[in-house]
Design a protein. Structure first.
Lengths: 268, 179
C-alpha cells in the first residue's frame, strides 16, 4: 500500500481539486460561479483600477510639471542667448548698412569721412548733443559736420577731446548753419535748431518764393562745412508782411532721434 | 474560526484586486511583476505551503474567470509552480532565509512565465503558423522575463524585510521533512 505522507496528500488533494474545477468548467456547471465571481468583484475592481489610474496620472503630471519647469528655464536661457546674438547681428547689420551707404556717399562726393559710433547723448537744458567715440587722435576737428549714412546733416562737432567728441545736433537751439534752397533762385538762409525737436530756416527774404517740399542743402558759407550737404525739406512757410524775413519749418532728412553712428567729414 | 476565514478571504480578495487593478498601473518595470506568484511563494516559505496552494487555487480560479487565456492555465500554472517550489524548498534549501526565498522566487518566476508563454505562444503559432513571429515574441519574452525577475525580487525583498523585523518567521530553524 502506498504510504501517503502529509505533503503527498496535499499534492494529491490540490491536483484533484484543480482537475475537478477544469472538468466542471468545460462541462458547464461552474459557469454560474465564475460569473458570480466576476459580478461581485467588478465594482471593486473598477473602483480600484480607476483610482490607481488617476494616481498614476497625477504623478505623471507632477513629473512633467517639474520637467516642464526645468525645460522652461533652459528655453528662457537659450532665448536670452539668441536675443543677445540677434541684437549683435542687428547692430552689425546696421553698421554694415551705414558703412555701405557712407562708402557710396564718399565716392560720389570725394569726401573723406571718419565713421564714429555714438556712445552717449546729453539732453539737458543747455545742450542737445551726441557723444561720439572718436576724438582729436583720430582727426576729428571742431566745426566739422556730422552726417548720417545717407549724407544728411545730423549736426556739427562742438567740442573735441583726445578720444571722444561732442556733436551738437541740428535741432539744438544753439545750432546754426548757412543753407540754400534747391529752387530756381537758390534762396539763401540760415538753419536754426528749435528746442531740440525741430529746425527752422530763417533770414529768407520776403521776395523769395519758397514752397513746401523744397530741399534745403548747406551753402558752403560756413568754415569747414562744404556746400551741397542735405539738411532737410520745407514743411511749411510762415510769412508775415510786417516782418522783414520769412521763416520756414524744416523737416530734417536725418532721423535726429535715433542716431547710432555718424560720419564726420575730415578737414581737407 | 469565522474571523480567520474572513481574514483569509480579505487577503485573497486583496491579492486578486492588486493583481488586476493596481499592478498594471505601477510605474516602470514594477508593472511587470507576477504579484500573485511572488506573494504565494512568500506565504509558502514564511507560513505553510498548504495555505499558499489553497490561495493559489482560489486566486487562480478567479483570474482564469476574467482571463482571455484558456481556462485553467493560470490555476494549473500556479499549482505546478508551487509544487516545484515546495520540492526545491524541502530538498535543496531547507531553511527560511533571504537567499532561499530569493532563489525560490527566481525558480518560480522562471517556471511560471515559461509555462504561460508556452501556452500563449503555442496558441499564437496554431493561429498564425508564423515561426518568425514566435521568434520575435520569444525575444520580447526573454527581455520581459528579466524585468519580471527584477520586479518580483523587489517585492519579495520588501516582504522579507517587513516580516523579518515584525515577526520571528524568518528566524533560523530546521524544517522537519520526515513528516
Amino acid at each position: 500500500m502506498l504510504y501517503l505522507n502529509k505533503s503527498n496528500k496535499l499534492i494529491l488533494i490540490a491536483a484533484a481539486v484543480i482537475c475537478l474545477l477544469l472538468f466542471l468548467h468545460y462541462v458547464g456547471p461552474l459557469r454560474p460561479l465564475e460569473n458570480a465571481t466576476v459580478y461581485l468583484t467588478k465594482p471593486l475592481l473598477g473602483l480600484t483600477y480607476g483610482a490607481s489610474d488617476r494616481l498614476v496620472g497625477w504623478f505623471a503630471e507632477w513629473r512633467s510639471r517639474a520637467s516642464l519647469i526645468v525645460e522652461n528655464r533652459q528655453l528662457q536661457s537659450t532665448l536670452l542667448d539668441y536675443e543677445k546674438e540677434r541684437s549683435l547681428y542687428l547692430t552689425e547689420q546696421e553698421e554694415n548698412d551705414f558703412l555701405r551707404k557712407q562708402m557710396n556717399f564718399s565716392k560720389q562726393n570725394n569726401f573723406q569721412t571718419l565713421t564714429a559710433a555714438v556712445i552717449g547723448r546729453t539732453a539737458d537744458s543747455s545742450q542737445n548733443t551726441l557723444i561720439i567715440g572718436l576724438g582729436a587722435k583720430s582727426g576729428i576737428a571742431v566745426g566739422a559736420p556730422a552726417l548720417s549714412a545717407d549724407g544728411a546733416l545730423v549736426g556739427k562737432v562742438s567740442q573735441v577731446n583726445q578720444n571722444d567728441a561732442l556733436v551738437l545736433i541740428a535741432s539744438d537751439d544753439l545750432f546754426k548753419v548757412a543753407v540754400k534752397v534747391q529752387n530756381q533762385t537758390r534762396t539763401m538762409g540760415l538753419i536754426e535748431g528749435e528746442y531740440g525737436i525741430g529746425m527752422k530756416m530763417t533770414m529768407i527774404p520776403q521776395s523769395e518764393v519758397v514752397k513746401e517740399g523744397d530741399l534745403i542743402v548747406t551753402s558752403g558759407m560756413d568754415l569747414g562745412i562744404p556746400s551741397g550737404l542735405l539738411v532737410g525739406s520745407v514743411e511749411s512757410v510762415r510769412q508775415s508782411p510786417e516782418e522783414l524775413f520769412q521763416e520756414a519749418v524744416i523737416k530734417p532728412s536725418a532721423d535726429l532721434n535715433s542716431i547710432t553712428m555718424v560720419s564726420v567729414l575730415k578737414k581737407p | 474560526m469565522p474571523l480567520k476565514i474572513i481574514r483569509h478571504a480579505v487577503l485573497i480578495l486583496a491579492i486578486f484586486i492588486f493583481e488586476l487593478a493596481i499592478r498594471p498601473n505601477l510605474p516602470g518595470f514594477l508593472s511587470e511583476m507576477n504579484f500573485t506568484l511572488a506573494v504565494l511563494v512568500f506565504v509558502g516559505v514564511a507560513y505553510k505551503f498548504y495555505l499558499s496552494v489553497a490561495y493559489g487555487v482560489i486566486i487562480g480560479f478567479a483570474i482564469d474567470a476574467v482571463s482571455g487565456r484558456p481556462f485553467g492555465i493560470i490555476t494549473v500554472g500556479l499549482a505546478l509552480t508551487l509544487l516545484i517550489v515546495y520540492l526545491a524548498f524541502n530538498r535543496l534549501f531547507t531553511n527560511k532565509s533571504f537567499y532561499s526565498l530569493f532563489a525560490l522566487n527566481v525558480l518560480a518566476t522562471f517556471f511560471f512565465n515559461v509555462w504561460t508563454f508556452a501556452w500563449s505562444g503555442g496558441a499564437t503559432f496554431l493561429q498564425t503558423k508564423d515561426a518568425t513571429l514566435i521568434h520575435s515574441l520569444s525575444a520580447d519574452f526573454g527581455v520581459g522575463l528579466l524585468w519580471r525577475l527584477l520586479a518580483n525580487t523587489v517585492l519579495v525583498s520588501v516582504l522579507y524585510a517587513f516580516f523579518y523585523f515584525r515577526s520571528r518567521r524568518f528566524s533560523a530553524a530546521f524544517i522537519d521533512t520526515s513528516r
